[in-house]
Design a protein around this ligand. Sequence first.
Ligand code: GUN
Length: 289
Amino acid sequence: MTATLIDGKAFAAALRARLAEEVAGLAGRGLVPGLSVVLVGEDPASQVYVRSKERMAAEAGMVSIAHRLPAETAQDDLLALIRTLNAEPTVHGILVQLPLPAGLDAQAVVLAIDPAKDVDGLHPINAGNLASGVPALVPCTPSGCMMMLRDRLGDLSGANAVVVGRSNLMGKPMAQLLLAANCTVTVAHSRTRDLPAVCRSADILVAAVGRPRMIGADWIKPGATVIDVGINRLPPEPGADKGKLVGDVDFEAAKEVAGAITPVPGGVGPMTIACLLDNTVEAACRANG
Ligand code: GUN
């Protein structure tokens, strides 16, 4: 069997086009959604992500301002910037790119963000609202995964869903969203016993572990829907200056077993940015009644 490809790039482009129309409508009422992205240090992958976030926000008609701070930035200075952004009415969304350089306390930074502007959905108020079934700003990557799953499968009720990974940004909110969609959810992680067997029980398998091609064909139930959240760069081949980007799933092998699968790149990644813009529009609308 050869799996259907879930084209996150096309899906994200369609979502961004819808958002651009919505933003144009808001502009007619004098509201321009504003996003502030804070990048501390020079992590190369984070620099690429932040540039994409800026460009796509601008293309959708929003105001996007990136604050680039040196890696040696003091915690107090970072917190002071967040307080300034919290108080700025033209800023509707604040995202502090993670990971932060060593020495900075990410949890304290997340706690300092006004929950109404927390477009990453990481503040405990938003995480708690999500867990309680209250409308919330939901982390962007899990939101994007859910949109693709709903598009592919329709009603998810009763499906066995396995999420591999338990991060605050991905695994935990993904599990909450699948549970809210009436799936039977298992959260697996590095200490899970017989991880391949757990994965093989999944109708929906979401991989978010950050280990290149860890999930092979024999971990996948025939016909399952596989969402690969991993973005891992392999060491460069001889003569190349950059290694290949691969997911947590061995795509070439898995596509012969799965019913549908997201590619890397071009799967979940583009959806994350589109959902960030969606959250920013939502935060702007909520702030303005
Ligand atoms: N680093 C990688 N993905 C993300 C994300 O979705 N949000 C933030 N803040 N940092 C990230």
